[in-house]
Design a binder for this molecule. Structure first.
Ligand code: BGC
Length: 712
């Protein structure tokens, strides 16, 4: 922020009454039925921001933005008639697309293509900005190990590094090169912090997180988002080890601002200030406001605790005027950065929706993960295909939770397959049976079952305690098998489902997530081999629900009981293997890749050199040994073999997705240094310890291809 803007902010602040200052910290719901009431509040300087949502569960609502003329008129009142003339900042959840529906974030992360993730968020930003939105409540970067949790769909999965890369791509996409440029909107990294650890996958539940785990597992994506310049951060509903985040000065000021260096403003989650009463740390709403502002929570989302009580609290001497001033300054800085003072009104942008649909197609295709293939895919020419299953004709479910209302543009899986069959070049013939397999089965060579879960059992407050594929869906596969058919499962879902009992009945499994507007076409193109699958799992797939939590970056226990890496001498459970159904980073292709010749340009490096910023390079040759050109994501993991604190058996430290033609070999190089080899110790200091480090490179976290280096 330049000195001139700071001066303007100081000048504004000097002229504002306490009431007007508090107004800047107050976000209210844009209630279409009370436009006059909103105008009145804005005119009186009681509002700093509007949120466009109809309920506390916006992810399940359908919502149409008001006309631009209405928004611009309210903005005009803020600028011309309110006492301090400060424009409003309009916020909305733009989670995985605005008009164009991109895949759910968990799917986008599974593309391992951060360029496409950035482009998707850029497209969403342009579409939202064009309708008067200045600020998105995304990206959600809560690391989670619990697929029972409905909100895992919104996250980038279980890995701190991948979530961090995802955060950077999303922030860059939303905010562009310049936040004040047309088509850019402010990002909001959420939910800070630990929300993904809600006990038992129950939404909003308590969490128990040590500082060690917080710094090494939950904070890294936020660190990256802050570094990338995320304008705002939303606090989470949960507590961390007994202290609600919304009232935690340690979390909101010491960690977020002093340690991570966050310079933007924080906003509570929906009514999270008021909820401090329920959490049992505040007596009444006034108490809630007092705790939150003193913790460093700048803007209050919709529960009016600040607007009702901050003035009194300052007058009572319970809140320092300086704390209010600081919060207001932070809000104003972002309003300046967004360009609201220069361009308060929204003009329609020339948005290229066709281009956005093409991006939606590309990322949908790259996010689909081929989990199993007995050679049945891609489909042969001239096949008789029978399509069945609850997802065949679906539009809404493919869009997932938090989707825009424009799901009518979604091409169904059936329509997309039909289109290809009708072109003639494949000579395939399709018959579809939406819910049951009937006579058509007899004539089919291949049965495609488009199955999975509805978007209604995913998202906020929609957790499940049983995440297996439903029995009636498995029954379809069993029936098809009984007829001696080849069975291909296309699973559309918001979480990694537990597939152990279903898997034997499928010859191939394509995990298509809730893939957005272009999911149907992407699925069909992969089925027919027009596109070679390249998605990799951003989250571990459990065999059965009872294995949860199961995640790859676990540390080794004293006895070999983890089981994730196949150490089965002692079993975790009497009734289930310890290994996952599909590990993190896993995904097949129609072609095959061979990893060879791992090399490092050093055998050892001194700690001093590393501290001084010296890096080393680890390279590997990846050869496409199959019959299709295809993309592969090479992944680089490290293991600190002996350390003061227990470290994960593998930790992702880099990935590269590259196109490799048949027969071609590409050398892939990872640069590693202090940041990659270090971790936060028990005192919160980031350090690299001397000793041996194993560096693994391969197609998923189970890779055994490694090289060892010594730090001395
Ligand atoms: C959710 C947030 C969301 C907010 C506003 C809350 O219930 O937890 O993720 O941004 O509502 O819709």
């Amino acid at each position: 922020m330049n000195g001139e803007t700071e001066k303007k902010i100081d000048e504004l602040l000097a002229l504002m009454t306490l009431k007007e200052k508090i107004g800047q910290l107050n976000q209210i719901i844009f209630d279409i039925h009370d436009i006059d009431g909103i105008k009145e509040k804005v005119r009186n300087g009681e509002v700093g921001s509007l949120i466009f949502a109809v309920s506390a569960f916006a992810g399940h609502d359908e919502y149409q933005m008001p006309e631009l003329s209405v928004l611009n008129e309210i903005q005009r009142i803020a600028v011309e008639e309110s006492p301090s003339g400060i424009p409003l900042i309009n916020g909305r959840d733009v989670i995985h697309g605005y008009k164009t529906g991109f895949p759910i974030p968990l799917a986008m992360a599974s593309s391992f293509n951060m360029e496409l993730v950035e482009k998707s968020y850029r497209a969403a930003a342009e579409e939202a900005a064009s309708e008067g939105i200045h600020w998105s409540f995304a990206p959600m970067i809560d690391v989670s190990n619990d697929p029972r949790w409905g909100r895992i769909i919104e996250s980038a999965g279980e890995d701190p590094y991948l979530s961090g890369q995802y955060a950077v791509a999303a922030v860059k996409g939303f905010q562009g090169e310049q936040l004040s440029a047309p088509g850019s909107i402010a990002a909001c990294a959420k939910h800070y912090i630990g929300y993904g650890a809600s006990e038992g996958g129950r939404d909003y539940h308590r969490t128990e997180i040590s500082d060690y785990t917080l710094r090494n597992k939950y904070l890294p994506p936020f660190r990256e988002a802050v570094k990338a310049g995320a304008a705002t951060v939303m606090t989470s509903f949960n507590d961390v080890s007994g202290q609600p985040v919304a009232s935690s000065r340690y979390m909101l000021t010491d960690l977020l601002r002093s340690e991570l260096g966050f310079r933007g403003f924080t906003i509570s989650d929906w009514e999270a200030v008021k909820q401090l009463m329920r959490q049992g740390v505040a007596e009444d709403r006034k108490d809630c406001a007092c705790l939150a502002i003193n913790a460093g929570l700048d803007m209050d989302m919709v529960d009016l605790c600040y607007s009702d009580f901050l003035e009194e609290l300052v007058n009572d001497g319970k809140v320092d005027m300086a704390a209010v001033d600081e919060a207001v300054k932070r809000v104003l800085r972002i309003k300046f950065a967004v360009g609201l003072f220069e361009h308060p009104y929204t003009k329609k942008l020339d948005v290229d929706y066709d281009k956005h649909m093409r991006i939606a197609y590309e990322i949908a295709a790259e996010s689909i993960v081929l989990l199993k293939n007995n050679g049945v895919l891609p489909l042969c020419k001239n096949s008789n295909i029978c399509l069945a299953g609850c997802m065949s004709d679906e539009q809404k479910a493919l869009m997932g939770s938090w989707s825009s209302p424009e799901y009518e543009n979604t091409v169904t899986i059936k329509n997309a397959i039909e289109k290809i069959c009708n072109t003639g070049s494949f000579g395939c013939c399709l018959s579809s049976v939406p819910y049951e397999l009937q006579q058509t089965l007899r004539n089919a060579d291949i049965v495609i079952l488009a199955i999975g879960e509805s978007e209604k059992v995913t998202g906020e407050a929609r957790s499940l305690c049983y995440i297996e594929l439903p029995e009636d869906q498995i029954k379809l596969a069993k029936t098809a098998k009984r007829f001696g058919k080849k069975v291909v499962g296309v699973i559309c879902s918001g979480r990694p489902m537990a597939l152990e009992s279903a898997e034997p009945y499928f010859d191939a499994l394509l995990y298509a997530w809730h893939g957005g507007n272009m999911a149907g076409e992407a699925i069909a193109d992969i089925l027919f081999g027009r596109v070679c699958p390249s998605g990799k799992t951003a989250v571990t797939f459990p065999r059965r629900t009872g294995q949860v939590p199961i995640y790859y970056n676990v540390s080794s226990s004293g006895r070999p009981v983890n089981g994730y890496y196949g150490e089965e001498e002692i079993n975790n459970y009497e009734d289930c293997l310890g290994s996952p159904m599909y590990p993190f980073g896993y995904g097949l292709s129609y072609t095959t890749f061979k990893y060879s010749d791992i090399k490092c340009n050093i055998a050892e490096m001194s700690l001093e050199e590393l501290r001084g910023g010296k890096c080393f390079e680890v390279s590997i040759d990846v050869t496409n040994t199959g019959k299709y050109d295809g993309k592969e994501t090479a992944q680089c993991y490290i293991r600190d073999t002996v350390s003061d604190m227990m470290r994960p058996i593998r930790e992702l430290k880099g990935f590269k997705k590259v196109m490799i033609k048949c027969g071609e070999t590409k050398k892939i190089i990872f640069r590693l240094g202090f940041d990659e080899l270090g971790y936060y110790d028990r005192y919160g200091a980031f350090a690299v310890e001397r000793g041996l480090f194993e560096i693994f490179i391969g197609p998923n976290c189970l890779t055994g291809t490694k090289i060892t280096i010594c730090v001395d």
